[in-house]
Design a protein around this ligand. Structure first.
Ligand code: FES
Length: 154
């Protein structure tokens, strides 16, 4: 049995320890906001935050997460939208939306430790793929989210 915390709740998975975290989240915990894209660590649609780091959940097994703290898009905020979610809406950074949860999670991890990310830092932190090509709007949204989080914008 593999135990860790997902969105503040303890979870115990009775699955093969080599099961990708992505499948455990989606199939066992019904947390379907985390998306399956390529399954190869390329697209970033499956990004979650593990112990403060943005991680592609298709590339880690549940055994590797043992004892860790996982946050998915469903657990990013409790009462109101997270600053990244607010900024993505304000900047129209969503098109078809499939890649959006992954971008949001990567951005949320970035702005925790960086209140004013440069374009280069954003590009390095968000290597996710968006088939719709929303990259310029995503970049604006991340800068805006950092401002909201830092209290420079309401
Ligand atoms: Fe994990 Fe594409 S589904 S990186």
């Amino acid at each position: 049995m593999t135990r860790f915390t997902v969105n503040g709740q303890p979870v115990h998975y009775r699955m093969d320890p080599e099961t990708p975290l992505l499948f455990a989240l989606r199939d066992a915990s019904n947390l379907t906001g985390t998306k399956y894209g390529c399954g190869m660590g390329q697209c970033g649609a499956c990004t979650v935050i593990i112990d403060g780091q943005a991680v592609r959940s298709c590339q880690v097994t549940i055994a590797q997460v043992e004892g860790g703290f996982v946050t998915t898009i469903e657990g990013l905020s409790r009462d109101r939208s997270h600053p990244v979610q607010q900024a993505f809406a304000a900047e129209w950074a969503v098109q078809c939306g499939h890649c959006t949860p992954g971008f949001v999670m990567a951005a949320a991890a970035l702005i925790v430790g960086n209140a004013n990310p440069s374009d280069l830092e954003i590009d390095r932190a968000l290597t996710n793929l968006c088939p719709c090509g929303t990259y310029p709007r995503v970049r604006r949204a991340v800068r805006r989210a950092a401002s909201i989080q830092a209290g420079r914008e309401r």
